[in-house]
Design a protein around this ligand. Sequence first.
Ligand SMILES: NC(=O)c1ccc[n+]([C@@H]2O[C@H](COP(=O)([O-])OP(=O)(O)OC[C@H]3O[C@@H](n4cnc5c(N)ncnc54)[C@H](OP(=O)(O)O)[C@@H]3O)[C@@H](O)[C@H]2O)c1
Length: 512
Amino acid sequence: MADSPRHPFLQGLSKHRGAPPTVVVIFGASGDLTARKLIPAVYNLGFDNLLPADFFFVGFGRKIISDDEFRALAAAAVKEHSRRELKEDVWSRIAAHTSYVAGGYDEKAAFDRLAQHIAAIEQTIGREVQTLFYISTPPSVFAPILLNLGASGLAGKYAGQPHHAKVIIEKPFGRDLGSALELNATLRRVFQEEQVYRIDHYLGKETVQDLLVQRFSNAIFEPLWNRNFIDSVQITVAEDVGVGTRGGYYEQSGCLRDIIQNHTMQLLALTAMEPPVANEAEAIRDEKVKVLKAIQPINPGPGGDVARAQYAAGMIGGKTVPGYLQEADIAPSSATETYAAIRLSINNWRWQGVPFYLRSGKRMARRVTEIAINFKRAPGTLFAESDRFNLAANTLSFQIQPDEGLSLILNTKIPGLETRTQPVKMSFRYSTTFGSNTPEAYERLVLDAMIGDGTLFIRGDEAEASWKLCTPVLDAWAAAGRAGMESYVAGSWGPAGGDALLARNHHVWRQP
Ligand SMILES: NC(=O)c1ccc[n+]([C@@H]2O[C@H](COP(=O)([O-])OP(=O)(O)OC[C@H]3O[C@@H](n4cnc5c(N)ncnc54)[C@H](OP(=O)(O)O)[C@@H]3O)[C@@H](O)[C@H]2O)c1
């Protein structure tokens, strides 16, 4: 059976990844993320026998509904969104320990009720349990929730012990450096850093974790992983969809805040960091912070390091799609970018002189996330480029999504009676080797937080280092309004300004 514990994804797992008795409390119980990702993640952990025997699931929200109504909502979420079908025996085990607490996020009395609810669970089972709070609400209520967790004593419960309370906090973590500093300060009033798990769900993706394994377990890469052999690095996070029904949210965010500051910067940090001294959370996060701090300030001015644009109407799949300014809930004079590209310089021993190009956009030619390492060309003494010798620079690309895998471009001889060459692609695909039913990022992240492993979460100083780089760009764009905003045809690879960023170094974007 594909999903039995013998499946390669699960081999040996339960021995090493056992979570202690836990109550998971989700704030924002009626939310979109809760239904699409969090409840299915809990269900699939249950399916794989990765939940502790004493596992309890509590929804917290403003709506007054009964435990039964919440269980019905949760079951419906599993049916609609889980990667596996709802199996009655798995679900009934979780449902029996699922309950709901109603209350306002700024209502201290509601958090006291929640504390009593958790104490009653402990009394029933006759043992102490750790509480994992998952804050899945809009950021406007992050602070009241945190402060009430402090005031009710829930945050400090079992302080200093391994089963201390833990909190997962959703993105966005601030909207600039100032608000990120403020949120970190609020968190620190209530929680110790080791209790805090800041989500960037990209870190839960298999291929992102594989980046560490590829880099640090294959001896062939490390000698080449530096300025002597690498010419440039390109990181692309492209979506083919537009803003859809989320125009109102997107107007307040934009591409730099939504994708570049968090997901793309995380991919860069994992690609460029020094080898950590140990395979554990603090060692890895120390190296990520160090490399983020070594990035030079970004010049947001004309002729500088950035490009921004909005998609214009275009044809996708034979259908005309509207431009950003024609989408629902978008101001006709909006200055929100749907595409951003940045050229970064890392001023350290390993990377000085190697440009790192980051780009992301909506309504681009394809949905793809990849990291491409472009190597320097071999000396052209034997095979000078000509009609006979079609040669490419070697490129190692980590395909994060879709078609998760790894590929390497090599030059090879075309079979025949004379020597002619052509670049070929050598590929490894996850789905071919391991099958396709991989765990969702949120499964890994919820399990890791329950276990107390922060490796795949962002530390406070990491979030601040990344905002420190991006905030001057956001400020410059806010001051410029629409001046300098380009457009690109929906379904293309972005604006001319994005290409110009690379052309200055005689580079071109890959077309993944
Ligand atoms: N949806 C996604 O795909 C996605 C992806 C990545 C990150 N996130 C992040 O995850 C969090 C939740 O996202 P979501 O899409 O699930 O949000 P959502 O559906 O808009 O809101 C989640 C829940 O928060 C409560 N809520 C909403 N507006 C509120 C307000 N103004 N004041 C107080 N409570 C409010 C509601 O719960 P009750 O009515 O039950 O109280 C709501 O169901 C956000 O921080 C978001 O940025 C979401």
